[in-house]
Write a protein that binds this ligand. Structure first.
Ligand code: FES
Length: 109
């Protein structure tokens, strides 16, 4: 079973897109590393963070999604990572300014 995550110890799963549009000049690869470091500093051990390829939402890149809430954050920047960690991952509150607006409209139909 080596190489497989022990999913029982995680309460959330955060997928961060590092596909060609979200990565590269949008910096998703670097922000993945920064996010993991910020989580380590906060002692967050119950969130599994996984790099992913294209979500099909490149127009709003970079993108990430957090489950089980199913919250999609788009167009986030390095300066938003503290709020994602503190507000969402620590306090369980959505960072509304980073929500993908088109996906939220679809969810409300
Ligand atoms: S490369 Fe990230 S959504 Fe397409």
């Amino acid at each position: 079973m080596s190489g497989l995550a022990d999913t029982k110890r995680y309460n959330r799963h955060l997928f961060i897109c590092v596909g060609s549009t979200c990565g590269g000049s949008k910096g998703a690869n670097e922000m993945f590393t920064m996010l993991k470091e910020k989580m380590r500093e906060k002692g967050i051990t119950d969130v599994l963070v996984t790099r992913s390829q294209c979500f099909g939402l490149c127009r709003a890149s970079p993108n990430m999604v957090i489950y089980p809430e199913g919250v999609w954050y788009s167009g986030y920047r390095e300066s938003d990572l503290d709020d994602i960690v503190e507000q969402h991952l620590v306090n369980g509150k959505v960072v509304h300014r980073l929500l993908d607006k088109r996906r939220e409209m679809i969810r409300q139909l």
